[in-house]
Design a protein around this ligand. Structure first.
Ligand code: ZN
Length: 101
């Protein structure tokens, strides 16, 4: 019984060692994903700080903005010309104007 356990442990180890590149890829992907997510969070924090200093005083453009990650839905929004933040919904006149352009 003891021997059987030992052998299965060896098989498990050697199957991992058969694909050293695969293993390295997984480690690389996992590490890189964490790094990228951290960077994104830091950038979002900076974005929040920066856009909170804008008083959106220089007018806005009308843009169709994707509102979820799967790009299934989008909304027509007023976007600040300076900081590019969504600052509300367009009036009916603005929406009509956007449709024409
Ligand atoms: Zn702004």
């Amino acid at each position: 019984m003891e021997h059987f356990i030992e052998e299965s442990e060896i098989n498990k180890t050697s199957s991992d060692l058969n694909n050293p590149e695969d293993l390295a890829d997984k480690e690389f992907i996992s590490k890189r994903v964490s790094e990228i997510k951290n960077t994104i969070q830091e950038l979002y924090k900076e974005l929040d700080e920066i856009t909170s200093k804008c008083n959106h005083s220089d007018g806005h453009d009308i843009r169709l903005i994707t509102t979820d990650r799967n790009k299934n839905s989008s909304s027509l929004l007023r976007i600040c010309k300076i900081c590019k933040s969504p600052i509300g919904y367009p009036s009916k006149e603005e929406a009509d104007e956007w449709q024409k352009s």
